[in-house]
Design a protein around this ligand. Sequence first.
Ligand code: SF4
Length: 230
Amino acid sequence: MSSNIKSTSGLECSGSNLSPTDIIDILGTEYGGFEHARRIDPIEEVVYTILSQHTSDHNSTNAFEKLMRRYGTLKAVARADVSEIAETISSGGLARIKAPRIKTILNLILKKCGSLDISFLSKLPLHEAKAWLRDLPGIGPKSAGVILCFSLGMPAMAVDTHVYRVSKRLGLIGPRVNVEDAHEILENMVSPDQVYPFHAALITHGRRTCKARIPNCAQCKLAYNCPSRK
Ligand code: SF4
C-alpha cells in the first residue's frame, strides 16, 4: 500500500494509508469496475443537473422525462412559460426554483452561443470550462464537475454528499475542508484518467457500504486502513 496522502489545502488530514489508486483498485474489484455509464448531450446534462439538485435520481429522471415529453426539445423549454415548466417538473421537487433557473440558463446559453450546443467546452482548458459553467445561475462546483465529467469526458471531480463523507472518513481530506475546496483537492490527487473512477469508487462506496448514518465497517474492504472504522 502507498504512504499517507497529504491534503493540499494546508488543513491537516487524519491520514489514510491508502492511495487513490489503491481505493479505485480495491473498490473496483468489490463493485465490479467503474465504466462511464450515462452519457447524454451536454445541454441535457445541464438541465438534468439542475433537476437533480436536492432530490433523488429517480425523481430527477422522472422530471426530466416529463419535461422532454411535453416540449420535445430544450429550445422549446427555453420559450415555454415558466409556471408551465414548474408544473411539468413538479415531481422533481423545488420546481418553483428550478423552473426559472432552467429557463434562464437555456436563454443565457442561446444568447451567448447562438445555439444550445456547448460541446465546445471540451476544447477549453479545464479551469476555463469550469468557470464558463459556474457563471451560469445555480451551477456550483459539483454541477460543473458532473456536466464536464459525465457528458464531456473531462477530468473534473464532482463531490456530492457521498464522495465528501467517504473522503473525510478515509482521511483523504481533513475534517475542516469545505465541500468546495474538496473538489480541487480530490481532483488533484489523481491523474486525469483516474478522476472518473475515483469519483465513481467513492460515490458507490458511500451508497452501498460507507453509509451516512451507519457505515458497514464490518463488511468494508477499506476498513483495515481506514482511520474512521468502527
Ligand atoms: S471502514 Fe467504515 S468508515 Fe471507513 S470507509 Fe469503511 S465503512 Fe466507511
